[in-house]
Design a binder for this molecule. Structure first.
Ligand SMILES: Nc1nc2c(c(=O)[nH]1)N[C@H]1C(S)=C(S)[C@@H](COP(=O)(O)O)O[C@H]1N2
Ligand SMILES: [Mo]
Length: 325
């Protein structure tokens, strides 16, 4: 991982390495074999003509925002600064560091077709604009806890994942929901790095997906999602580590087989299927006891990221599973 300096809160973070460390070593070795060395200047990728064009376009859903906040999910701590949350991102499709927000302008978010398939009564392709206009939008202030031990509090706009499941009508044989990110190596240059198992994918059990907290996000800070945060549609599952909250989704597939997601495929000793937040269960390379908030102090991490009352029931008969990695 590149060492980036500049903000006070980053200085204490040297001991915390991130998801990229293991991979960077492997990719480094592979790129040498391929006869090319990844220079740090290449990792961020450039802004393109596309990006500039995109800036000129007006988001066709802009008039839907802002929407009413649902106070059932309000967090007591302060909401993170919008600039901080929108310029410090994980989106490996655009590079393995945090400053991908300019590069992500290249992502083409229209037209955006979403496939619902697998073990469902109603296989379908839905246009994103049609979908969002058929859904009850609300705002929810959620915590977000990255496995790298940083966190933020943001006001997401979106609708419950359960509403999308009602459209799909999963069969009783469906036990898991798998989601996939858009595959487009031309606008997402990270996807040309063949050592990653693209497309990015994530999975939940049907019970987790139906939980009231599972939220499909279309906007943040009272506006449509910026590309770097996963436009036009991403997941928020706030009781789990951030990598479960997949961005720029184009596919929802129902299956009876537990999926192996992006990070689990890369490093199964460090990233598992469940990935529920627990301050007492260390990442093999660092403690998860505390977290650095994006615009605030270091604070203790909470079990299920503070959402125990909403989710504990899901796990009561699953104690033999590795629920916290
Ligand atoms: N497609 C995709 N989704 C992704 C990621 C990614 O690299 N690609 N990173 C994940 C991780 S590790 C985190 S912490 C969050 C970060 O979301 P944010 O950039 O909006 O804060 O997105 C998650 N979703
Ligand atoms: Mo993360």
């Amino acid at each position: 991982m590149l060492i980036k300096r500049g903000r006070d809160w980053e200085i204490n973070q040297r001991e915390v390495t991130d998801e990229a460390l293991f991979l960077n070593r492997r990719s480094f070795i592979k790129s040498i074999t391929a006869g090319a060395i990844l220079a740090p200047s290449m990792v961020g990728f450039g802004s393109s003509a596309n990006a500039k064009k995109k800036k000129m376009e007006i988001d066709p859903t802009a008039s839907l925002y802002p929407v009413r906040r649902n106070d059932r999910y309000t967090v007591k701590r302060a909401i993170s600064d919008e600039y901080d949350a929108t310029t410090y991102n994980n989106f490996y499709e655009f590079g393995s560091h945090k400053s991908i927000y300019r590069a992500a302008e290249a992502l083409k978010t229209r037209p955006w077709t979403i496939s619902i398939d697998g073990l469902v009564e109603k296989k379908q392709l839905i246009d994103f604009d049609k979908l969002i206009n058929s859904m009850p939008l609300e705002e929810r202030v959620y915590r977000h806890r990255c496995v790298e031990a940083w966190s933020m509090i943001v006001p997401w706009t979106g609708f419950p994942l359960a509403r999308l499941m009602e459209l799909a009508k999963p069969l009783s044989s469906a036990k898991f929901l798998v989601m996939e990110t858009m595959m487009d190596p031309e606008t997402m240059p990270g996807q040309k790095q063949h050592w990653y198992p693209w497309p990015y994918s994530e999975g939940l059990t049907i019970e987790e997906a139906k939980n009231e907290l599972s939220f499909l996000v279309t906007g943040v800070y009272g506006k449509p999602l910026p590309n770097q945060m996963g436009a036009p549609l991403r997941l928020a599952v706030p009781w789990k580590y951030g990598f479960k909250s997949i961005k720029s989704i184009t596919r929802f597939s129902f299956t009876n087989k537990r999926p192996v997601s992006f990070w689990e495929r890369i490093q199964p000793k460090e990233y598992g299927f469940w990935a529920n937040v627990n301050p007492e269960v260390r990442h093999p390379r660092w403690s998860q006891a505390t977290e650095r908030t994006l615009s605030g102090p270091r604070v203790p991490t909470q079990l299920y990221n503070g959402y125990t009352e909403f989710v504990a029931d899901i796990y009561k008969n699953l104690s033999s599973e590795k629920l916290f990695m």
